[in-house]
Structures are given as structure tokens and as C-alpha cells.
Design a protein around this ligand. Structure first.
Ligand SMILES: NC(=O)c1ccc[n+]([C@@H]2O[C@H](COP(=O)([O-])OP(=O)(O)OC[C@H]3O[C@@H](n4cnc5c(N)ncnc54)[C@H](O)[C@@H]3O)[C@@H](O)[C@H]2O)c1
Length: 328
């Protein structure tokens, strides 16, 4: 087994994936890449490196310094949907320029790459329900367009240079922690509000159904697709991936099974609603299931119960650290 670099290690997926990689490989083989703020709370003796993915020279020096040739890159550094919409130029630089640099380096140093795409690749031409693997890709927003270009690049590097890049189209991912500038993050905010005993004003309409996934399933998917035999990976753009779909109203109902007094209302955010309306309601991921054995473990009830328990623990720790003062 060779060394592994994770870019965007401080992000939502990065934090969770690093834990899973440390559990599998120990901390000595995994290099946690961060951009501006150094990572804290890493295991003793673990390795980290500052790496702006737009800076190819820096990327190369990290790969050489940490003996990453013939190893793996989990390339997670990116700008999420709402951030990309607000700063399209920066989004193109990070989301497409960063991926191009990673693929160039992977080609030169013979590295296997994991890079997540998103359900944001789909637009109005794709069927909304059970969107198939090969549905047309005509996203209306910058983030989705970046992901479509990224998928093409991954495919091209495989065809032309045999770079073994593997990818899944993640739905909205749910994990405790500060919600990022995305569209599906409302679900994380909602659960935090419920646990804090606050009411929540949803930025999306009550009936906006979106595909979602528990982060525990998402990190396992990344590890499993990277471990799959090369000949099993037949889609060299990106695999549809699915676990559950729900609306804000359905999530609120599920939360009320644990926190009966929780109340919601709706204060629609125009941009988030338009982005959400352009995405599928549910995804057909049978290619991933058939070809490399993908199988989700967590649905809405399991995810909600887990998130509530984890957030309760987190807020309890903060409350204690704040000398008993109510957090938030
Ligand atoms: N979170 C989701 O629901 C979701 C869904 C579908 C796909 N994805 C994809 O998964 C990947 C990771 O998403 P996430 O949720 O962890 O995002 P995140 O916003 O939580 O983390 C992204 C990280 O990238 C870092 N970053 C930004 N610009 C950088 C640069 N130039 N160089 C190095 N690092 C930089 C940020 O500091 C941040 O730590 C992204 O490609 C994203 O598009 C996420």
C-alpha cells in the first residue's frame, strides 16, 4: 500500500474521510491537505500539508516530499454550489483548474484519483425521478457546469493517458459540523436548530424533494470505489449514487419523532430554491450497485437519529466548555 493525499481535508467530506483512512491505513500513510487554516485535532504523529490545488508547483512538491508516487489522491478541494454561483470565476479556478492540476500530477506520478462529482450535473433535460446514469447533462448553474467539465476531463485522462480516476455523483451529504455553502445543507441546519430547541425557517419549499446521503455511506463509497478491481469500473465519467430522498417537511416530521416540540416555517431563499428545483428528486444508481457492489446502509430514520445523537453530544461538549452557558 502506498501513501495517500487528501485535498480539501478540512471540509465536510475530508474530515470524515480522513478518520476512515486513518482507521484503515494508520496515520503515517495519509497526508491531510488543507488550504488556509491548518487542520487541528489530527491523531498524534499524523502528517499534514498546506496545498492550494490551484498551485501546481506546490502540489508537485507535496507529492515528492511525501513519497506519493504510485499512491492515491482523494481530491476533495472545491467550491460548493452556492459559493460557486456567487463567485463563478473562482469556482472555475478551484473546481476545474484544481482538478486539471491533480490529474496532470496523477499522470506524471502514476497515482489513482478519487474525485467527487454531484447530482448537480443534471438539468432540465434529465428525468426528475430515478434519473438514469446516462441522462443528458445540461446543468443550469455554475457548480453543475464545473462538475460536467470535470467528468469529461476525468474521462479524457483515462482514455488518453490511462489515469485511473474514479468518481461518484454525490447527492446532498449529511454530517454534523458547520454546514457549507451548498443547497442541501439546509437539512443539517434544520437538525441543529431542532437540537438547540430553536425553530427553523427552511430556505426551500416544504415539498422540495432532493436526493441525500448519510456521510457514513458517502465515505464508505469513496473507499469502496477506490478498492474495486480496475476492470469493474466501467463508467469513467462518474457514477450515479443514491441512498434516500426527502423534502423539508418530511425531514421535520422525522425530527419530531425525537423532538416533538420542533417547529418549522418557510422563508424561501430564491437562489437556493432555483438551484434545488433544477436538480433531480431521486437517482437511479443501479450501475454502481451492479458494477462495483455499491449498497447504502442508512435511510432517513437512521440518518436523523444518528445526526441528533451526534449533535447533542457536540453541543453538550460546547456547553461544558462554556461553563454551562447555553450554546448558540
Ligand atoms: N457536501 C456535499 O453535500 C457534496 C455533494 C456532492 C458533491 N460534493 C463534492 O465533494 C467534494 C468535497 O465537498 P465538501 O462537502 O467536503 O466541501 P467543503 O466546502 O466542506 O470542503 C471543501 C474544502 O476545500 C477547501 N478548498 C477550497 N479551495 C481550495 C483550494 N484552492 N485548494 C485547496 N483546498 C481548497 C476548502 O478550504 C474546504 O476545506 C467537492 O468536490 C464537492 O463538490 C459534496
Amino acid at each position: 500500500m502506498k501513501n495517500i493525499l487528501v485535498t480539501g481535508g478540512a471540509g465536510a467530506i475530508g474530515r470524515n474521510l480522513l478518520k476512515a483512512l486513518y482507521a484503515q491505513h494508520g496515520s503515517q500513510m495519509v497526508i491531510a491537505g488543507y488550504n488556509r487554516t491548518p487542520l487541528t485535532g489530527l491523531p498524534d504523529g499524523s502528517l499534514s500539508a498546506q496545498v492550494d490545488v490551484y498551485d501546481k508547483e506546490r502540489l508537485i512538491s507535496v507529492v515528492e516530499e511525501h513519497d506519493l508516487d504510485d499512491g492515491e489522491i482523494y481530491h476533495l478541494a472545491a467550491l460548493l454550489s452556492i459559493a460557486a454561483e456567487k463567485d463563478p470565476e473562482r469556482a472555475r479556478r478551484v473546481n476545474m483548474g484544481g482538478l486539471k492540476n491533480v490529474l496532470d500530477v496523477a499522470r506524471e506520478y502514476d497515482m489513482r484519483v478519487f474525485w467527487p462529482s454531484s447530482i448537480a450535473v443534471f438539468g432540465s433535460s434529465a428525468p426528475k425521478h430515478n434519473t438514469p446514469q446516462n441522462a443528458p447533462l445540461d446543468p443550469e448553474f455554475e457548480y453543475g457546469r464545473n462538475k460536467v467539465e470535470g467528468e469529461k476531463l476525468l474521462n479524457q485522462f483515462f482514455d488518453e493517458f490511462e489515469v485511473d480516476g474514479r468518481s461518484v455523483r454525490y447527492p446532498g451529504l449529511l454530517t454534523p459540523g458547520k454546514p457549507g455553502p451548498g443547497t442541501t445543507e439546509y437539512a443539517i441546519e434544520m437538525i441543529y436548530a431542532a437540537v438547540r430547541g430553536e425553530h427553523y425557517a427552511s430556505p426551500l419549499r416544504h415539498d422540495t424533494e432532493l436526493p441525500m446521503m448519510d456521510m457514513r455511506d458517502a465515505t464508505r463509497a469513496a473507499l469502496e470505489i477506490m478498492k474495486a478491481p480496475k476492470e469493474d469500473i466501467k463508467v469513467r465519467t462518474s457514477y450515479n449514487l443514491s441512498a434516500m430522498s426527502f423534502t423539508p417537511e418530511e425531514l421535520a416530521e422525522e425530527i419530531r419523532k425525537h423532538i416533538p416540540r420542533f417547529k418549522t416555517d418557510y422563508k424561501i431563499d430564491d437562489l437556493k430554491q432555483r438551484v434545488a428545483d433544477s436538480w433531480p428528486n431521486s437517482i437511479d444508481d443501479s450501475s454502481a450497485r451492479d458494477q462495483w457492489g455499491w449498497n447504502h446502509r442508512y435511510g432517513l430514520p437512521e440518518m436523523t437519529e444518528h445526526m441528533i445523537a451526534e449533535i447533542q453530544k457536540e453541543l453538550e461538549i460546547l456547553r461544558n466548555a462554556n461553563g454551562g452557558v447555553k450554546y448558540g
